[in-house]
Write a protein that binds this ligand. Sequence first.
Ligand code: AMP
Length: 217
Amino acid sequence: MRLVFLGPPGVGKGTQATRAAAAHGIPQISTGDILREAVRRGSELGVKAGEYMDRGALVPDEVVVGLVAERTARPDCVPGFILDGFPRTVPQAQALDVMLASRGLPLSAVVTMVAPAEEIVRRLSSRRVCPGCGRVYAGNPDGSGPAACEADGQALAQRSDDHPEVIRERLKVYEVQTAPLIGHYGALGLVREVDGLGAVDEVAARIGQVLAGLPGR
Ligand code: AMP
């Protein structure tokens, strides 16, 4: 099963992609996570990518396409994978189409998640992450919520791009550069829309139903 999870920042893609990947025994591949790890390590890629990420802009297509080509060729991707946060532009989607076609492994579906803009801004401005392991926690708009990571005890922090002005830029970038992908994949008959509102378990159940209904499942 080869899937793309598509939707605006804060819609819950990462959380749901992690759950669905675990449920199906396939890796979740988040280009955002790979890039943040490179930033943390201070690698050449990290230094270059960090400049774009801090202002809510997209990292150049050729950089992320290269990362995904390499990652999806690893043996753990043989049974399938979930791409989370990639592709984000039409050229990235075209590069992915070509890459998968050359391997004879087309996408099974593109799960598009939707939620109202005000809910997305609320979620993004209140979420916290563990700087150690990257685990994501929902907080409350007043800043209350969990303070330490339940996995490794580290103090939670706000992502550097989860501040109001960067959030606005990321949402704009989504509308202009990423939302057109719904048309791209719609024309290929791959889009399955899922309502992202509600408890994590409710949304996971909706996605589970969609995935269970895919041809060949
Ligand atoms: P995310 O964790 O998916 O919200 O991604 C965080 C940031 O990483 C984005 O705002 C971009 O700067 C960068 N990024 C992640 N995935 C991509 C991608 N497919 N193309 C370009 N930039 C990306």
